[in-house]
Design a binder for this molecule. Structure first.
Ligand SMILES: [Zn+2]
Length: 151
């Protein structure tokens, strides 16, 4: 219901063209050869009709970018694949049956904002070392300066 509602709001014009079977060149979904399944969900047609993949993976549902539902889905599958990078997160999302337009950019945005990833991929902090003492920088005969460790 949620997917259908989002698609209905965002792709109303495109979906009516798909229903009529006459896609114009101005249709921004034309390159995915979209179709509407028997439950009314707009899906990627693509070229995988004869593949052994489950239908959701071969024909994922098309979702818009900059949409709250898309962001929630990206976040969910990013967490589900244990905070992997953009490539694997996007692959998981597509495998689960969601095709988000501009997916790479959208997934990158979610990963940029992910607190766990920020912590795991953060730079190791390095402290600035203090200046060396004069005794170590002055040329002098051996044993001019002597240090002793406390045992
Ligand atoms: Zn993450």
């Amino acid at each position: 219901m949620i997917i259908k509602s989002v698609q209905g709001e965002t792709f109303a014009a495109e979906m009516s063209e798909v229903r009529s079977g006459k896609l114009t060149k101005s249709n921004k979904l034309i390159k995915w050869n979209p179709y509407i399944d028997n439950r009314g969900i707009l899906r990627v047609g693509g070229r995988l009709s004869y593949s052994q993949l489950p239908e959701r993976a071969a024909h994922p549902a098309i979702l818009p970018k900059n949409c709250h539902v898309s962001t929630l889905l990206i976040r969910h599958y990013h967490q589900k694949c244990n905070h992997q990078g953009r490539h694997i997160s996007l692959g998981t999302l597509r495998n689960e049956g969601y095709w988000i337009l501009g997916g790479q950019r959208q997934v990158s945005k979610v990963i940029e904002d992910c607190v766990v990833c920020k912590r795991l991929r953060g730079k190791v902090q390095e402290q600035i070392m203090a200046d060396l003492p004069e005794e170590r920088l002055t040329e002098a005969p051996p044993f001019t300066f002597v240090g002793a460790d406390v045992f």
